[in-house]
Design a protein around this ligand. Structure first.
Ligand SMILES: CC(C)(COP(=O)(O)OP(=O)(O)OC[C@H]1O[C@@H](n2cnc3c(N)ncnc32)[C@H](O)[C@@H]1OP(=O)(O)O)[C@@H](O)C(=O)NCCC(=O)NCCS
Length: 162
């Protein structure tokens, strides 16, 4: 698969909202994304990031930056633009946000059945070598709609003693 070289990853501005929303609805289904989006906005007032290619928003991430740590809620790439390194670019950018030797990043509620995302995190760990996201907890049957388990992932920097 050809990788795109020219992807601009940047903080979202208000004019990106409709693109983020349209993509979120397409990927996660209308009702669940709308509810989650509202819930996140109200409870966390998070930060939004977009990946843009040739003027088009092709991916987004939602996270909350706290002093010394990040809570990552969503990383998503438009189905037409996957497997081109865009998700990895956003993750790299999020990690550099902390600008710390030991960034602490948590991603909660990853569905057991989201194999693509599990493999994506595994690949990211391999790519950056000595650090990466590791599942630290399983919440049995967390998702009421499907009965799936939820995984909690944490980013471990330099876990092999660098
Ligand atoms: C998970 C997701 C963000 C990955 O984005 P992406 O831009 O396609 O990821 P990348 O191109 O950076 O992938 C890097 C590597 O991860 C692995 N990978 C990514 N998606 C994969 C998949 N569906 N199946 C297997 N491996 C996958 C591959 O090793 C890939 O490298 P390769 O293409 O050279 O083989 C994207 O598939 C997505 O938006 N999924 C739906 C939203 C979602 O479920 N988000 C997570 C919960 S919020």
């Amino acid at each position: 698969m050809n990788k795109i070289l020219s992807v601009d990853v940047r903080p979202a501005v208000s004019s990106d909202t409709s693109s983020i929303f349209a993509m979120g609805v397409q990927i996660f289904s209308e009702e669940s994304f709308e509810n989650y989006f509202k819930y996140l906005s109200k409870k966390y007032r998070p930060q939004y990031m977009v990946a843009q290619h040739n003027g088009q928003v092709v991916g987004f991430a939602i996270y909350k930056l706290y002093p010394g740590r990040i809570h990552l809620f969503i990383v998503a790439v438009h189905p037409d633009w996957r497997r081109k390194g865009i998700g990895s670019r956003m993750l790299e950018m999020i990690i550099t946000k902390l600008n710390l030797k030991k960034p602490l990043i948590t991603m909660e509620e990853v569905r057991d059945g989201n194999l693509g995302f599990h493999l994506f995190l595994r690949d990211f760990r391999k790519k950056i070598g000595k650090s990466g996201f590791i599942a630290t907890k399983v919440i049995w049957g967390f998702f009421e709609d499907t009965g799936e388990d939820a995984y909690v992932f944490k980013f471990f920097p330099f876990m092999f003693g660098n």
